[in-house]
Design a binder for this molecule. Structure first.
Ligand code: NAD
Length: 363
């Protein structure tokens, strides 16, 4: 599908889910590059993980905003509040909306289904309704590699059939793509969904493996390695995701009229993933090496004694592997940062953030 260039500079850009992990990375980059305009962060700062991390990211954003030519506005609110979402679009008329706010996590969806329906379905519906009544040049939203479920064919391509989600989280993300398609068709809203593959990096999410494993190892606890380590994950470093999202924001699907005189949906979906799936055990070994290198754990740390190989968890999948060739074809970009470099940056950040230099906890 052809693309229409969307200028971001000096515009109003709405990023929901900032100061979440990916949202904060995106807003920081926008504030660095824009020479005017306004970036709006919208988030309910919920306690799914330690909200102090969100406050920390917000502080980084506010610091960046103080030296940016663009303005930054933070609005605290719930995406499921339809009147509020509509009012934000009505008042600020964003040219581009990036919906990253969601209840993330596959495992959490087993015990907390309500959060997924509220944020991911009702919340996303509210964004679509707001785009319907206050048109945007481009709506970009987060989907997930989890939509591929137990897809046997690798690498995962956006052409693959993804009708068999294995978690409620995945089902809500696939639903977002379906809802976006219907709204693009009915109301000619240019929309692009992005299937992110396991995003990691500094100031990441503490519920994700590399982060929680770091915390457990420091506390002398045992890390559980699922599927006996026979998992492959396509890890994607945060800077690569941000670069991909910005490129996509700048190119909206073209509007066309079909033979029936009605709009053809200006709708696209892309994978954004590293494209080199890593064996989980190799990833863990690299993480361990980088934790030692950063001085977070001592060289003689007994990693073997702090790991337990366990079976597969419900909702989990054994492999994720992105075919990002469509992204490369249409936006000239594919992720390039490897796990060594990415985990090194995470470890360096972790040490600084938690000030663990002098407080190494020996098991
Ligand atoms: N990080 C990954 O590996 C990954 C992979 C695939 C997809 N995704 C998707 O990317 C997006 C961003 O993920 P992230 O890793 O930055 O997660 P995150 O949890 O750090 O950020 C999501 C933010 O959304 C906010 N939020 C949740 N529900 C809300 C609501 N109802 N109203 C307002 N704000 C709400 C949270 O407070 C949080 O700050 C999510 O949609 C997630 O599902 C992430």
């Amino acid at each position: 599908m052809g693309k229409v260039q969307v200028e971001l500079d000096k515009k109003t850009i709405l990023v929901t889910g900032s100061p979440g992990f990916i949202g904060a990375g995106l807003v920081l980059r926008l504030l660095k590059e824009m020479t005017g305009g306004t970036v709006i962060s919208f988030d309910n700062m919920n306690g799914y993980y330690d909200p102090r991390l969100k406050e920390y990211r917000l502080a980084l954003i506010e610091k960046a905003a103080s030296s940016s030519a663009a303005k930054h506005l933070f609005i605290k609110g719930n995406l499921a509040d339809k009147a509020l979402v509509d009012q934000i679009f009505q008042t600020y008329r964003p040219a581009v909306a990036v919906n990253l706010a969601a209840q993330a996590g596959v495992r959490y969806s087993i015990g907390h289904p309500d959060a997924y329906i509220e944020s991911n379905l009702i919340g996303f519906y509210n964004i679509l309704e707001a785009c319907r009544h206050h048109p945007v040049e481009h709506l970009v939203y987060a989907s997930s590699s989890s939509v591929y479920g137990g897809n046997k064919k690798v690498p995962f391509s956006v052409e693959d059939k993804v009708d068999n989600p294995v978690s409620l989280y995945a089902a809500t993300k696939k639903s977002n793509e379906l809802l976006a398609h219907a709204y693009s068709k009915l109301y000619d809203i240019p929309s692009t969904g992005l299937r992110f593959f396991t995003v990691y990096g500094p100031a990441g999410r503490p519920d994700m493996f590399y982060y929680s494993a770091t915390q457990k190892l420091i506390a002398g606890e045992t890390i559980r390695i699922f599927n006996y380590g026979n998992c492959k994950r396509d890890f994607t470093y945060i800077d690569d995701i941000v670069e991909g999202v910005i490129r996509v924001m700048r190119g909206a699907p073209e509007k066309h009229t079909g033979e029936d005189g009605l709009p053809l949906p200006p709708y696209s979906v892309y994978n954004i993933g590293g494209g080199t799936p890593e064996n989980l055990l190799d990833y863990i070994r690299t993480l361990q090496e980088e934790l030692v290198r950063a001085g977070i754990l001592p060289e003689n740390y007994d990693f073997e004694a702090h790991r337990e190989l366990v079976g597969m968890q419900p909702g989990d999948v054994p492999v994720t592997y992105a075919d990002s060739s469509a992204l490369e074809r249409d936006y000239g970009f594919r992720p390039r940062i490897g796990i060594r470099e990415g985990l090194r940056k995470f470890a360096q950040w972790y040490k600084e953030y938690y000030d663990v230099g002098g407080k190494i906890l020996l098991p």
